[in-house]
Write a new protein. Sequence first.
Length: 218
Amino acid sequence: MGRAARANEAAGFPRLLATRLCGLRVAVDVQHLYKPPPSDHDRGAGFTLAGGLKVAEAQIATLYAQALVMWLHRRGAVVLCNDPAHGSMVGTYAQRNLEAFKWGAHAYLACHVNAGNGSYCLNEYPAGTSGAALAVAIGTELADEFAEILEHREAALTYVQRGFVCIAECDRSKPAVIVEPFFGDNLKHQALIPAPALVRVGEAIGEGVAAWWERSKS
């Protein structure tokens, strides 16, 4: 769904908007955070912004994940997210993976930010699963929404590849995607780090999830 279609959705169909994603259950996991000792101080990659301000990957991912969760909720989806106070979606990645699908997640999103000065968004999923369709849908929305993101790429991971551990225990019959919407060390991509832009990042990811869900039901 492009920008014009999103505007029409919000302006003309408020009741439809609130029920668009009824029945959908999504796990949104801000990774690096909420690990057990000795990894409980992990915050992911560190980035230095113009002016010298330093920000951690987990801080950025938390903000866009919160916007994503709110976007999904407003459209009727049920979301499982990190809740240390109630012991939900905390612990090792394997524990979170298993919890999400025991809960009944239709999809699992592991929220990250990339490093390495690339110019694209990257969405990774376990090889041989249905994650490709969800990964493409999310990437398409991000590249459409942000001029700074020059293209979207998808990668099928095997157990020997870096990053696979993030989604290793996810249900292979359901899509699980490691979402890396931009590169925190790319100067142009750093325009997406201020909070208002991260809200848009989260909403664009939500649009991708919605597009995938609606296609999967057709």
